[in-house]
Design a protein around this ligand. Structure first.
Ligand SMILES: Cc1cc2nc3c(=O)[nH]c(=O)nc-3n(C[C@H](O)[C@H](O)[C@H](O)COP(=O)(O)OP(=O)(O)OC[C@H]3O[C@@H](n4cnc5c(N)ncnc54)[C@H](O)[C@@H]3O)c2cc1C
Length: 699
């Protein structure tokens, strides 16, 4: 059910918020408070109705083919994390000197360029406008774009933007988009905002949904292709395969995850670009509220940066025989299974101090089939541990069409309270109704912490809920603890310390929430362990009805084009991943599946086949099996990397795995730095050997 705009085909669309929805969100908040909208079986007011704004009927129609459809392409200059010079590391402090890294165009933004070019080429008369925010040097990035696909370019540059987190960045970019709409597009709203899925430095994927939230528009994530006949249809990666999603009105924001044509630079275009096509805009010129930009407008702050090696020091044990490797895997796997991971670090104690935040610890309960997704249960376990130090209660928020017995299940896994928000529109995940219902509940009840799984649903929903409830959010956390913080006159007691990888996994950052009613974080699946299911636990179930209507839907799915597969490598206990070293699709299939099946049988676990990006690009397997920055993040108990070199973008998607085994013919391959067990040699001899041992063990 995650990430789905699909299967619901509502056609009625009304009440699009005016462009200044950022401020109108506050109005909705006030309205909720005034009406006391939440409580047992009370109604949650509809956002559109609360605002009472209607757009002209013409805006509700799809843009017919061949009518201009302008594209605003968001691009970012980032440090080149694939090529970090040795002297850029400050080994003593465990940090990276960012200024020593080359600056490049965020690689995923090239996919946004491709996507936008496909739209503008197919709709003659359409314009391309590049928008970037950064220091004056970021101009080079815009020139790079202009020299590939011509257009106009805006650089949002001002000291007032310095130190912006995702919320302040999204707000500033949204202000610039409003000015582009007014002044460059002459007030036309027939445009698409296109961005790469995420930037390789921050890696949060938070800014695009938060821009959409600020502008009050729909967001289509995971796009991989686009058609413009008979009107715009976006192909996106959905939970069950490729989906076609058709926006029913504009503007719409699309984040692109896989869409690449060769985009060569032209000398002629570069010369033109240098001679004045990049315009510089200041914070004031886009009408940005100084309280909402830069550091001042940020709701998170970095508290500590350190090297990942402090988190996970690995010494790879090399073995030489297939039988020895299987034996070592078995021993380690069983030992890992009996070790509780949930309690890390020391339990926090307030010791008589007054905590900075009060209120409950909440977890978004994500449904999967008839049950609850495992990451939500893991988060309930972690929330219990964190809340205990502050004497707080744990609540699960369950948006659904019918809660049935799920509250009982959530209580059994650690919830003291379950907020079941029921409505037919909450049966499937749709960002707008989910966001509206949850953010209203957050504003009303003010939990001190809210945790979401870093799943496709959580990554799309959490940024919007955080933005709409004026809260800070840290994405993809791998560690959470409660602690105190003192610096100068600032003294925080019992706050949530949120640790996550940054710069493509090259550094770790611990982040604190500031100036927010609620501290919010997303956490990758598998980081924490669920508590044992205890059906004797008791708790309170608070049933709420959300007064949502189909008007809250802004995008509909026309069809599921093809169901490619239903692979979920995220929840597998074992992932056997193959890379470029497998050489062909035939070898990939011949070797990996039998090995995964054999390990699954030996260890009594669910084993799935994964892949590196090159293996996917070479057609060995499908994208839903890709592990890494632009694929899935997996944290299985056992991860095998076979013929995978260990590029940072791959590592960031699997380094949280409990036991990592690498097989590679190159003894210096980077993957061995992250592995617990390693075997150096040729796949052609090692893999058949492993399968034989496994077959023998089961015979
Ligand atoms: C923005 C961006 C996002 C990216 N996202 C991802 C991502 O999500 N996931 C991802 O995986 N990559 C991603 N990449 C690509 C990444 O940088 C690497 O290019 C990729 O991970 C390499 O895949 P690989 O290890 O399979 O191939 P290679 O780097 O080519 O490594 C192949 C390995 O196989 C070994 N080998 C070869 N033959 C044999 C043999 N016969 N026996 C044993 N070993 C053998 C080699 O020694 C080598 O180590 C991204 C890159 C960018 C720029």
């Amino acid at each position: 059910m995650d990430g789905a705009y699909n299967r619901l085909t509502f056609g009625v669309l009304m009440s699009q918020p005016a462009p200044d929805e950022g401020s109108s969100l506050t109005e909705v908040g006030n309205a909720v408070s005034r009406n006391g909208a939440f409580g047992r079986a009370e109604d949650i007011p509809v956002m559109g109705t609360a605002q009472g704004r209607e757009r002209p009927a013409g805006d509700r129609q799809p843009v017919p083919a061949r009518r201009p459809l302008d594209c605003i392409v968001l691009v970012k200059q980032v440090p080149d994390v694939s090529n970090i010079p040795e002297d850029a590391w400050d080994r003593e402090k465990g940090t990276l000197r960012r200024a020593m890294l080359d600056s490049i165009l965020n690689p995923l933004d090239l996919q946004a360029l491709t996507f936008a070019r496909r739209i503008t080429e197919a709709t003659p008369g359409s314009r391309t406008i590049y928008l970037s925010m950064g220091p004056p040097q970021a101009r080079e990035t815009l020139i790079d774009c202009l020299s590939r696909v011509p257009g106009e370019a805006i650089l949002l540059t001002d000291r007032a933007f310095a130190g912006a987190d995702t919320v302040a960045t999204a707000y500033s970019l949204a202000c610039a988009i409003r000015r582009i709409e007014r002044e460059i597009l002459g007030g036309s709203r027939d445009y698409v905002i296109v961005t790469g899925m995420q930037s390789v430095d921050g890696d949060t994927a938070q800014v695009p949904p938060q821009i959409a939230e600020e502008l009050g528009i729909e967001h289509i994530a995971y796009a991989k292709g686009v058609d413009v006949e008979p009107d715009l249809a976006v192909r996106r990666i959905g939970p069950q395969g490729t989906e076609i999603v058709r926006p029913l009105r504009y503007p719409v924001l699309v984040t692109v995850t896989a869409c690449m044509d060769p985009l060569y630079r032209s000398f002629e275009l570069a010369r033109e670009a240098r001679s004045g096509s990049v315009h510089e805009w200041s914070a004031q010129s886009v009408g940005a509220d100084p309280h909402r930009t830069g550091l001042q407008g940020s709701r998170t702050q970095v508290y500590r940066i350190f090297s990942p090696s402090e988190e996970r020091a690995k010494a790879c044990e090399f073995v030489h025989e297939p039988a020895e490797l299987i034996e070592r895997i078995k021993t380690r796997y069983q030992a890992a299974g009996s070790r509780a991971r949930a309690v890390e670090g020391e339990a926090y104690s307030l010791g008589g101090k007054t905590p900075t935040y009060t209120g409950e610890f909440w977890v978004l309960a994500e449904r999967e089939g008839d049950g609850i997704r495992s990451v939500s249960l893991e988060l309930l376990g972690k929330a219990r541990e964190l809340a205990a130090g502050l004497g707080a209660l744990v609540g699960a928020v369950l948006p659904c069409d019918d809660a049935a017995d799920l509250p009982k299940e959530l209580i059994a896994f650690g919830a003291d309270k379950v907020y079941a928000i029921e409505h037919p529109l909450l049966g499937e995940f749709l960002p707008m109704p989910y966001k509206a219902a949850i953010s209203r509940l957050v504003r009303e009840r003010k939990p001190q912490v809210m945790l979401f799984g870093a799943t496709p649903l959580g990554r799309e929903l959490a940024p919007r809920v955080a933005y709409a409830s004026s809260s800070g959010l840290t994405a993809d956390c791998t560690k959470l603890e409660i602690g105190d913080y003192t610096k100068g006159s600032v003294s925080l007691v019992g706050v949530l310390k949120q640790t996550r990888p940054a710069l493509g996994g090259n550094i770790m950052a611990t982040i604190l929430t500031k100036d927010s009613p609620t501290q919010m974080a997303t956490v990758r699946p598998g980081v924490f362990r669920a508590l044992p299911r205890d059906l004797s636990r008791t708790g309170e179930v608070i049933r709420l009805t959300a007064d949502l209507t189909e008007e809250e839907l802004r995008v509909r799915s026309l069809a599921v084009e093809a169901v490619e597969s239903n692979v979920s490598i995220r929840d597998a206990d074992i992932v056997v991943a193959g890379g470029h070293g497998l050489r062909s699709k035939a070898d990939f299939e011949r070797y990996l599946k039998p090995l995964a099946d054999g390990l699954g049988r030996l260890l009594g676990a669910d084993a799935k086949v994964g892949a590196s990006r090159i293996a996917v690009e070479d057609g060995f397997t499908t994208h839903d099996r890709q592990v890494g920055q632009t694929g899935q993040t997996v944290q299985p108990r056992l991860y095998l990397a076979i013929g995978i070199s260990g590029a940072v973008q791959h590592i960031s998607g699997m380094q949280g795995s409990e036991i990592i085994v690498a097989i590679n013919k190159d003894p210096k391959a980077r993957i061995f730095n992250y592995a617990d067990l390693g075997m150096v040699g040729d796949i052609e001899t090692i893999l058949p050997g492993l399968t034989r041992v496994l077959d023998g063990a089961m015979a």
